[in-house]
Ligand binder design. Structure first.
Ligand code: FES
Ligand code: FES
Length: 161
């Protein structure tokens, strides 16, 4: 994480965005949505409780609502818009197949969190998936289908190796 600055550049999904006049307290979530035009990351609680705003910063899943935009200047940021292009389209397809998307508000954060989980642990157990997604709340699905989609993706990736 870098020092807070009013001018910075954000590298999001491999594209550099020059950002000027950044408010020192401006969140990464707001910067992504309002300055970079990437509206896939959702803001719900904006208190670090729901995970709907999850993005990857240098490969780590973080709540973008609690991350200062200027503090991640120079880092590699991946949003849900970039997850598919980095090879996780299978995860998105598995969510659809399993019926793990209802209203869809939680889905971008879950996809990013699941991508991070499978990157660090390609063969998670049921409990490890539950634990890995514990920071992402969903009020619609009851979580079973989400967990199923992540395990299905892990299995498919295993069978393709
Ligand atoms: S909006 Fe960031 S954790 Fe809820
Ligand atoms: S699908 Fe509606 S909150 Fe998760």
């Amino acid at each position: 994480m870098r020092r807070v600055e009013s001018e910075c550049s954000l590298t999001v999904n491999g594209v550099e965005h020059a950002v000027s006049g950044l408010h020192p307290g401006e969140s990464l979530l707001d910067a992504l949505r309002e300055r970079c035009g990437l509206r896939g990351s959702k803001g719900a609680c904006e208190e670090g409780e729901c995970g709907s705003c999850t993005v990857l910063v240098d490969g780590q899943a973080v709540c973008s609502c609690l991350t200062l935009a200027a503090s991640v200047s120079g880092c590699s940021i991946v949003t849900v818009e970039g997850v598919g292009s980095s090879g996780a389209a299978d995860l998105q397809e598995a969510f659809l197949r399993a019926g793990a998307v209802q209203c869809g508000f939680c889905t971008p954060g879950l996809i990013v969190a699941a991508d991070a989980l499978l990157s660090r642990n390609p063969h998670p157990s049921l409990d490890e998936v539950r634990e890995g997604l514990a920071g992402n709340l969903c009020r619609c699905t009851g979580y079973g289908r989400i967990v199923e989609a992540v395990l299905d993706t892990a299995g498919q990736r295993r069978s393709q190796r």
